[in-house]
Design a protein around this ligand. Structure first.
Ligand code: SAM
Length: 238
């Protein structure tokens, strides 16, 4: 992978950026995504944000190597603190856990005033991201799921809107938050694989819990897993 040949995962994110956007890629590491977006004329300039010194240096190196210093501003800082709200209308955050993505968005809420699209690629816990979007008046407008090198990734695109819209015609909102309201309709091979693996993992955990001492916490955990299993199996039946 490099700035010209993105991974399938990052290409899926890049394809969600409207042409002419002003983007900030938060947690940019090598800055592959902003470099690709500039080199392919998707955006005319971009901000690459990084909190850690090593990835910040890698991003700078990459931008310098491609002579893109005039187009990509590599900034060191935590989450959205690197942006000025006036300068950005699309934010991409990829390759992190869903919980960290939520924390970055929550802590940087005041930086989102001019942002009209979020493109988020949580490696795990996408349901946390869906919950954050609902609670903060963002409407999911697209979701994609793909497999690359044996791993399954979800890409969530949201715009300011009516958060309930994608959940209107689903039978059970909790299931749609877990699985993704768009993804459960698509029900493609990557989706089936992800949730079949989760199902067998949950069933294994339930077996292990049978041996454990019964506590209130264990009972809650067991109920939660059983409910998840029920929701996924129901969607698989449809
Ligand atoms: N976005 C790239 C991708 O998808 O390939 C890099 C993903 S990498 C696994 C996650 C990056 O996020 C790391 O470089 C890490 O330093 C950075 N990161 C983690 N927390 C961050 C935060 N609060 N603010 C900015 N960057 C952060």
């Amino acid at each position: 992978m490099n700035e010209l040949l993105l991974s399938k995962r990052l290409l899926t994110v890049a394809n969600e950026i409207p042409i002419g956007s002003k983007i900030a890629d938060i947690g940019s590491d090598h800055a592959y995504l902003p470099c690709y977006a500039v080199l392919n004329g998707i955006v005319s300039s971009a901000i690459a944000g990084e909190v850690n010194e090593g990835p910040f240096q890698s991003a700078q190196k990459q931008v310098n190597k491609l002579n893109l210093q005039g187009y990509i501003d590599v900034r060191k800082g935590n989450g959205l603190e690197v942006i000025n709200p006036e300068d950005v209308n699309v934010i991409t955050i990829a390759g992190m856990g869903g919980q960290l993505i939520c924390e970055i968005l929550e802590e940087g809420k005041d930086k989102l005033t001019k942002v009209n699209r979020l493109i988020l690629q949580p490696n795990v816990a996408a349901s946390n991201v869906r919950k954050w979007l609902i609670e903060n008046d963002w409407e999911l407008i697209n979701e994609q799921i793909l497999e690359e090198d044996g791993k399954i990734y979800e890409v969530l695109t949201a715009e300011r809107g009516i958060p309930d819209n994608p959940y209107r015609d689903v039978q059970k909102k909790a299931a749609a938050i877990l699985l993704g309201p768009f993804l459960m309709k698509t029900n493609n091979a990557a989706f089936k694989k992800k949730w079949s693996l989760e199902l067998s993992n949950w069933k294994k955990i339930l077996k292990q819990l049978e041996q454990a001492t019964v506590t209130e916490e264990l009972v809650t955990k067991r109920k939660e897993i059983e409910e998840n299993i029920r929701m996924v199996e129901e969607v698989f039946k449809q």
